[in-house]
Design a protein. Structure first.
Length: 119
């Protein structure tokens, strides 16, 4: 999977799967009907698209993720940094902190992450 972007509707669909997996494709259809007002054909179309992108799989009628929610979020973050800040986390933080000051707790959390990375 190379493209880590999902549209708003795809993101809601992905969240349904991550929150309920493993689930049968029939269960997924029911959840999508209840929560997204989708028809069965829409559910299967979007599922097929996201399976082709390597995010989920539908094996023998059981839908599971190939990429966890956390892995997906990390990949999205990396892609955003690469596109917007040439891969530079310090450049992102500098831009971020010009509009919003970090709290002492946020600074402490970042320092812990830095310290852990050094080990």
């Amino acid at each position: 999977m190379n493209d880590y972007r999902l549209g708003p509707v795809e993101a809601r669909f992905a969240e349904l799967i991550w929150a309920n997996e493993p689930l049968s494709s029939g269960e997924l259809v029911k959840k999508c009907e209840a929560e997204l007002s989708w028809k069965k054909s829409t559910t299967y179309t979007v599922l097929k698209k996201l399976c082709q992108r390597g995010l989920f799989q539908n094996q023998n009628g059981v839908v599971t993720s190939l990429v966890s929610r956390e892995e997906f979020a990390a990949a999205q973050s990396e892609q955003f940094l690469a596109e917007a800040f040439h891969g530079s986390l310090p450049a992102f933080l500098a831009a971020f902190t010009t509009r919003k000051a970090l709290s002492q707790e946020e600074i402490a959390q970042l320092q812990r992450l830095i310290d852990e990375s050094r080990r």
